[in-house]
Design a protein around this ligand. Structure first.
Ligand code: MLC
Ligand code: AMP
Length: 527
């Protein structure tokens, strides 16, 4: 049986010269391709040596990981692929209540956390039945690497079918708890192979004559930084300039040594605020890609004026990886269009089906607004152990309902105009009002709350809380925000909180969030 393990394809793309540089970090560390191969083999051997109980359903063992960004964290991802474990990345901002839910739901055989969180994370993990909890810090210390050091640096990747589970990525929900999107080796590989071609990754030219060089400055616990960026570079045998944390000055300083950059819109906004960003600095860059949140046309235009480059905007989701993209070069499927059109997310990518339907499920004429539905080899198989939720999110004929609202014009360009799901995208992170409202509503003295998204110059959009007190209760807005901080990841905390006597409602008694959004929309405007 052919081995569809994603790692096999990534490894096959490593350059012939394994001693050439694969990664340079902003801390001055250098990793060769051989280093990545050997280190991931050692960690894979460690994972395979563990006594892991068989899952009654036949699902592969899971390794849940909440660690700071580091090359070793990426090596752990590669090791999980090699060993046939499903990788479960977790945002470092998640607090204990959130982690408890993910671990309880996914039942990982192995949990990896930072040394400083070991106390509370291990308690949660052991209680949930996980037997192995390791630590991994961003300075190459921790028990994971100590234990892996006792294992061999050669490993045969476990044979996987294309539809075998490779990763579970949790996405919050408009109702109820987070859902784990199950991505297979085939989902990930097919999308990566297609993007390598569509975005014109090249193994020649570039600043060192060895082809593309990627500046990696995104977190690696979400689809954008973990899959789109890392797979792109590895599958092309491209060097990465690895930034542990996004710093606009450091990225701009690295531009002359790189060719490709991927970011969420906030990263572009922050770089535009730097005087050093100019055409000369960006002269050797081949491609700037933006996604995960809407890129304002002002940012798109200002970037072109300042750098001479036109940002390529694309659209994707955790459940589907990449769906649409503006063209890199002329796309003959779309009448040879080569224009990257600001405000649009471009064309459906090769192999991806995109259709726009009305609320009754019927097609809408070209250019009309409707619900975006998708299908393709890239689309996930369902939510981890939630068959009913999975069934709700797919149409009877097998298309995934993205929850995004948009249109496709006669030339094929897709534009996202809104969302049918109640979701705020803040700095590229998804924030679900329902989740925050339910935590707020449980707090003493709170009768009801509503969270709405309003425009923000840095994060694009941020949450604002509007809260009603119970009769006789006195609420303190700052106190509520501090209490939320103890329960939820920091990026989910509303930036402002207002206590009001009532919320606007329609005749059905439903809170009219559109009126609240209108009321607070100027809150973060420049004075
Ligand atoms: C940080 N803060 C945020 C925030 N990030 N608030 C709202 N939204 C965010 N995204 C707040 C913190 O709560 C904290 O507040 C303060 O900012 C400083 O925290 P920090 O961690 O030091 O912030 P910073 O490093 O500046 O982070 C900003 C950022 C980061 C833009 C670099 O958010 C980021 O890396 N975003 C990228 C997200 C991403 O990769 N998304 C891809 C998802 S995949 P306080 O009050 O506590 O001090 C996907 C699919 C697809 O969507 O299509 O790609
Ligand atoms: P996530 O669940 O974190 O994967 O977020 C996926 C969501 O991000 C999508 O459903 C869209 O709403 C949004 N998104 C991703 N890329 C873009 C984009 N280029 N423009 C607008 N929204 C986007």
């Amino acid at each position: 049986m052919p081995n569809h393990n994603l790692f096999v394809a990534l490894r096959a793309a490593f350059p012939a010269d394994l001693d050439s540089i694969a990664i340079e970090t902003d801390h001055g560390l250098v990793y060769s391709w051989r280093d990545l191969d050997r280190a991931s083999a050692m960690v894979a051997n460690l994972l395979q040596s563990l006594d892991v109980p068989k899952d009654a359903t036949g699902a592969p063992p899971r390794v849940a990981v909440q660690v700071e960004k580091s090359v070793e964290a990426m090596v752990l991802y590669l090791a999980a692929l090699r060993a046939g474990f499903a990788f479960l990345p977790l945002n470092t901002a998640y607090q204990s209540a959130e982690i408890e839910y993910f671990i309880g739901n996914a039942q990982p055989a192995v949990v990896v956390c930072t040394g400083k969180n070991f106390g509370w994370v291990s308690q949660i993990a052991f209680k949930a039945g996980t037997r192995h909890v390791f630590t991994l810090n961003d300075d190459r210390t921790g028990s994971l690497l100590e234990r892996a050091a006792h294992h061999g640096d050669v490993q045969q990747p476990v044979t996987r079918r294309a539809d075998d589970l490779a990763a579970i990525v949790y996405t919050s929900g408009t109702t109820g708890r987070s859902k784990g999107a199950m991505l297979s080796h085939g989902n990930l590989l097919s999308n990566a192979v297609m993007l390598k071609d569509y975005w014109g990754w090249t193994a020649t030219g570039g600043p060192e004559g060895r082809g593309d060089v990627l500046i990696h400055a995104l977190p690696i616990f979400h689809v954008h930084g973990l899959f789109v960026a890392i797979h792109g570079a590895l599958l092309n045998g491209s060097k990465m300039l690895w930034h542990g944390k996004f710093d606009p000055k450091k990225v701009i300083a690295d531009l002359p040594r790189a060719t490709v950059f991927m970011g969420v819109p906030t990263l572009y906004v922050r770089m535009l605020a730097e005087a050093r960003l100019n055409k000369a600095q960006a002269a050797h860059m081949r491609l700037f890609i933006s996604g995960s949140a809407p890129l304002l046309i002002e940012t798109f235009s200002e970037w072109r004026a300042r750098t001479g480059h036109t940002i390529l905007e694309r659209y994707g989701m955790s459940e589907t990886i990449m769906l649409t993209s503006n063209p890199y070069r002329a796309d003959d499927r779309y009448r040879n269009q080569s224009e990257r059109r600001g405000g649009t997310v471009g064309f459906p990518l090769p192999g991806v089906g995109v259709r726009v339907r009305d609320d009754g499920g019927l097609p809408v004429p070209a250019g009309d607004i409707g619900n975006i539905q998708v299908r393709g080899e890239n689309v996930f198989s369902g939510y981890w152990r939630m068959p009913e939720k999975t069934a709700e999110e797919f149409t009877a004929d097998g298309w995934f309902k993205t929850g995004d609202v948009g249109r496709q014009d006669a030339q094929g360009y897709v534009t996202i105009v809104g969302r049918s799901k109640d979701l705020i995208i803040s700095g590229g992170y998804n924030v679900y009002p329902a989740e925050i409202e339910s935590v707020l509503n449980d707090m003493p003295g709170v009768a009801e709350s509503a969270i709405v998204g309003v425009p923000h110059p840095d994060f694009g959009e941020v949450g604002v809380a509007v809260v009603i007190a119970k009769p006789g209760a006195r609420l303190d807005a700052d106190g509520l925000l501090s209490a939320l901080k103890a329960r939820l990841a920091n990026f989910k905390i509303p930036k402002r909180c207002f206590i009001t006597p009532e919320l606007p409602r329609n005749t059905m008694g439903k809170v009219q969030k559109n009126l609240l959004r209108e009321q607070y929309k100027g809150l973060f405007d420049a004075p």
